[in-house]
Design a protein around this ligand. Structure first.
Ligand code: SF4
Length: 111
């Protein structure tokens, strides 16, 4: 019996996210204590301002699965606060992105 060749379509379908979802633990995995699982305000982990981001980071600081959470968030290209780090498409962000157009730069007169 020969091995079946995986078509390009199947290769695309087996995405990183689907694979990881079945191999990596999730917040519902028994035996792990995800500190935010019962948090009354899930929006805390999707901050829209720096004060909320700071509160989420402070909450995550005491979480026993912080490193696992961050690793999971990065590998899944997640958004929001994972492991005390704000992620956007799995990439760490310095701060909460500002909404709207960036402010206009003032053009100084030519010297
Ligand atoms: S590190 Fe933060 S976001 Fe991750 S499980 Fe713990 S409390 Fe939740």
């Amino acid at each position: 019996m020969t091995a079946r060749k995986i078509s390009a379509h199947e290769d695309r379908f087996d995405t990183k996210g689907v694979t990881i979802a079945f191999t990596a633990p999730t917040p519902l995995a028994p035996g792990l204590v995800w500190a935010c699982a019962d948090h009354p305000d899930p929006d805390l982990f999707h901050p829209t301002d720096e004060a909320t981001l700071a509160a989420a980071k402070a909450f995550c600081a005491g979480c026993p699965v912080r490193e696992l959470c961050l690793d999971l968030g990065r590998r899944r290209d997640e958004y929001g606060v994972w492991g005390g780090v704000l992620l956007e498409s799995g990439k760490p962000q310095v701060g909460v992105p500002r909404r709207g157009r960036p402010p206009k730069e003032k053009v100084s007169p030519a010297a």
